[in-house]
Design a protein around this ligand. Structure first.
Ligand SMILES: C[S@@+](CC[C@H](N)C(=O)[O-])C[C@H]1O[C@@H](n2cnc3c(N)ncnc32)[C@H](O)[C@@H]1O
Length: 187
């Protein structure tokens, strides 16, 4: 659903303010997939939906710049469960739960990004460069409201990047930039 078109039909749905914004995902993906971090193969992108489906976006994927074409792709993904050929899936479905996915990373640190988190004093405190951990950064692709308690349970840290509540794509861009600066040799 797209809140801009289906607002009245959506109003009765549970947590309607946390759904129906494919434009937020589109802007986040354009920022993440186009980043030097992704081009260098150091970024893996997963999208978790309101119905607990998880999709992995291949780093080689070039999504439609046009929003209406992007929505068509997402509708096809939700119906078919994948985009691409069987042996070269550009977007594939992850069969486990969010907890399974998080636990599949051994040396991990899970950071939940939230305006309610502990404010980051220096950007190099986010990803200490001497550290060889795998960082799992979680950003809410929604317009209003906050993460459910489940997400808070999965996280090692809850970090705020600003005293303002920011748009999700700004947060995605900042996280990637801070990581690129911390590991600048790769770019
Ligand atoms: C538009 S906000 C959701 C609205 C909510 N009022 C909030 O401030 O978190 C979308 C997402 O961006 C991230 N975000 C927003 N402001 C942030 C901040 N100051 N620091 C870190 N992450 C932030 C969070 O992951 C949030 O779920």
């Amino acid at each position: 659903m797209d809140n801009a078109l289906h607002h009245s039909a959506m109003k009765t749905l549970k947590d309607f303010q946390k759904r129906g914004r494919p434009d937020i995902l589109h802007s986040c993906l354009l920022n993440a997939l186009g980043s030097p971090l992704n081009k260098s193969g150091l970024l893996t992108i997963f999208v978790h939906t309101v119905h607990d489906k998880i999709f992995k976006f291949d780093s080689e994927l070039r999504i439609a710049r046009n929003y209406n074409r992007f929505k068509g792709l997402m509708a096809k993904l939700l119906i078919d469960g994948r985009i691409g050929l069987e042996n070269s899936k550009l977007i594939s479905s992850y069969s486990g739960s969010l907890e399974d996915l998080i636990k599949s990373y051994d040396n991990r640190e899970v950071i939940l990004f939230s305006s309610k988190g502990e404010i980051l004093k220096k950007h190099d405190d986010l990803f200490p460069s001497s550290n060889d951990k795998e960082y799992l950064a979680i950003v809410g692709g929604f317009q209003k409201k906050f993460f459910s308690k489940d997400f808070q349970g999965f996280s090692d840290r809850r970090v705020s990047l600003s005293s303002y509540s920011l748009d999700a794509w700004i947060v995605v861009c900042k996280i990637i930039n801070y990581f690129e600066i911390a590991t600048r040799d790769y770019f």
